[in-house]
Design a protein. Structure first.
Length: 615
């Protein structure tokens, strides 16, 4: 206690504002709580299973940690206010200056901010743990092992169809038609379990002209000749239409039209340790991308499919069992490290995939423990639902679940998949979520994503506390009542206007609030010595707490006029009209904060004049 008293005596003699706000002790206590949350964050995801979920960076808000945060913040702030309100030098006519008064507000802002930002300490601890447990180099090597073994998981038959083949380069230069009604059956095509494939050369037509709806016009010649369109691709101000030309026989470049590991050309996980925001990157449907060289595939990074398929083809051509087993073993070792659920073993897996004649896909692995076939013995037909189907193969009866994801219209391919679905499973989604979670935590800038919320919570709480300090409880209560009544009146007036006139109610509401806000702002400045002191204190409190919103309203009105002028000038044209708020983007928050602090500093002169007015 002597130590605390000595510090308090030192502060009150030399720095009375700092002593009065209790900022030293509040920062010290808040620092201890921040350290506590750091360790909570560090220990929060030590189990790899906790990382096998999407949006892991939001666990703080979806778990009980946020409740602990709120309780700690409330205890700190309430305890601080109780001790601080024991002394109010300004109310007792203690000599003060504009700088000291503004300094008090800054102290409030700092105290509130450090008392509500435990999230950042938690995330620093979380990120520290991830970087220490999964170093970049080790993580990169693990991803490489995963990508190398991924083609052999045989999870989806679509990945092994002939249209996914990307090597040799011929397959990137050609377009594969898979729609049965668009196949030219008079020319060479390929059939695999009912699915048809036909390869075409392409030519492209660039179009820059648009119609009255700003849509690119369809090439007139191709439209008149009814030329089959393969796909289109927009680059800048030009739309490139790719049309099918001649059918090509690719028999010399493919070992089989059946499902084959030779056709696989997708990368499971694209590692980018500099990327920040990405969620569910592997849930998108198959989309065609193309460049001037004709590369197309399921990845916008053109040519990647070609490189993957080329490397895989070289591996399969070597037909080296030991090399394949090493790849599978490395993958399972990484999976065990990350605690991904699977019942695969290296030997079991190898027997499923090793068919060196053409590496045809003869067995499939379920991507979920609940999806693999259930072996039954007796009484199967009695236990199946009406929407079920029993498929018997190799003297084993399987339960066929209803299809959740879309499959080809021709069900022969799906039947082949279902009949060859083994009892082996691998929780691939958990692996995807785990890798995304680790990489996201490593790279995400959680400060920039959330700092604005905490800044404005701290700012408005500080203005509220400041209002109470410079006026009194009665004024603050009447300020709240007045604000509520004004909001109700404004809402009713805008509602009546919109029902009566109906034209641009947002402009009317904005200008009405702007005019009313201007009047509220000017009265305490111009008529400080006129009228009731309580009345001016209410308007003064509204000004202190609402000036930032007043400036934001002005920026919003300017942006509304900019957008309206842009649309009037470019009527019926789909173009981007950049407004002032859109141009400032997140910088608007920092700009408003600077304006708010400047206003508080200038307004301290008004506050001192108001205090000098007789009761």
């Amino acid at each position: 206690m002597n130590f605390i008293n000595k510090i308090n005596n030192y502060l009150i003699q030399r720095y009375p504002t700092i002593w009065n706000t209790r900022i030293v002790w509040m920062l010290a206590i808040s620092l201890l709580v921040h350290i506590l949350f750091y360790f909570i964050g560090y220990l929060s995801h030590t189990n790899p299973l906790s990382l096998q979920t999407s949006r892991v960076v939001d666990d703080y808000f979806s778990s009980g940690v946020i409740m602990v945060h709120i309780i700690c913040s409330m205890l700190l702030l309430v305890g601080w206010l109780v001790y601080m309100f024991k002394n109010n030098g300004f109310k007792n006519f203690y000599p003060t200056s504009n700088f000291k008064l503004f300094g008090q507000f800054l102290c409030y802002l700092v105290i509130v901010f450090v008392s509500i930002t435990f999230y950042f300490s938690y995330m620093v601890g979380f990120k520290t743990y991830i970087n220490a447990t999964y170093p970049d180099q080790d993580f990169k090597e693990s991803v490489q092992k995963i990508n190398k073994a991924y083609p052999f998981l045989s999870l989806k038959y679509q990945d092994y169809e002939l249209d996914r083949k990307a090597y040799p380069k011929l397959f990137n230069d050609l377009y594969c038609e898979t729609k049965t009604d668009l196949i030219d059956y008079s020319q060479k095509y390929y059939n695999s379990h009912g699915n048809k494939y036909q390869f075409y050369t392409l030519y492209k037509v660039g179009v820059t002209e648009r119609d009255e709806y700003r849509k690119f016009k369809y090439p007139a010649k191709e439209l008149s000749n009814n030329t089959p369109l393969a796909y289109s691709n927009v680059k800048g101000d030009t739309c490139f239409y790719y049309f099918k030309k001649d059918v090509v026989d690719v028999s010399a470049y493919t070992k089989s039209a059946d499902l084959s590991y030779y056709n696989f050309s997708e990368e499971f996980y694209t590692l980018d340790l500099n990327q920040i925001d990405y969620y569910d990157r592997y849930n998108d449907s198959y989309t065609v991308y193309a460049d001037d060289q004709g590369y197309y595939g399921s990845d916008p990074n053109l040519g990647k499919s070609y490189a993957i398929n080329k490397e895989l083809t070289a591996l399969l051509d070597r037909k080296n069992p030991e090399e394949l087993k090493k790849i599978l073993s490395d993958f399972l070792e990484v999976s065990q490290k990350y605690q991904i659920k699977t019942n695969l073993t290296t030997d079991k897996w190898f027997k499923l995939i090793y068919h060196p004649e053409n590496f045809v896909v003869k067995h499939f692995i379920a991507d979920d423990v609940n999806k693999y076939p259930q072996v039954t013995t007796t009484g199967v037909a009695d236990t199946l639902s009406n929407n079920s189907e029993v498929v018997t193969t190799q003297n084993v009866t399987y339960y066929k679940e209803e299809v959740v994801e879309a499959v080809n219209e021709n069900t022969e391919m799906y039947r082949y998949y279902q009949q060859n679905l083994t009892q082996n499973y691998y929780e691939i989604r958990n692996l995807s979520d785990f890798l995304q979670s680790v990489e996201l935590v490593k790279n995400i800038d959680f400060v920039s994503r959330n700092i604005h919320i905490y800044i404005w919570i701290a700012f408005f709480l500080s203005t509220l506390i400041f209002s109470f300090r410079v006026t009194n409880l009665r004024s603050v209560i009447f300020t709240g009542l007045t604000t509520g009544v004004l909001s109700l009146v404004i809402g009713l007036i805008v509602l009546v206007y919109s029902m009566s006139f109906g034209a641009n109610p947002e402009f009317f509401a904005s200008y009405f609030i702007f005019i009313l806000g201007t009047i509220i702002l000017l009265i305490p400045i111009v008529f400080i010595n006129s009228g009731s002191k309580l009345f001016t204190s209410v308007l003064m409190n509204i000004s202190i707490n609402g000036f930032v919103l007043y400036v934001f309203l002005i920026l919003g009105i300017i942006s509304m006029h900019q957008k309206q002028a842009c649309y009037d000038k470019n009527y019926n044209y789909k173009i981007n009209c950049t407004t002032l708020l859109e141009y400032l983007d997140m910088n608007t928050s920092y700009l408003l904060l600077a304006v708010g602090l400047l206003f508080i500093f200038i307004y301290t002169a008004v506050i001192k004049k108001w205090r000098a007015v007789p009761e």
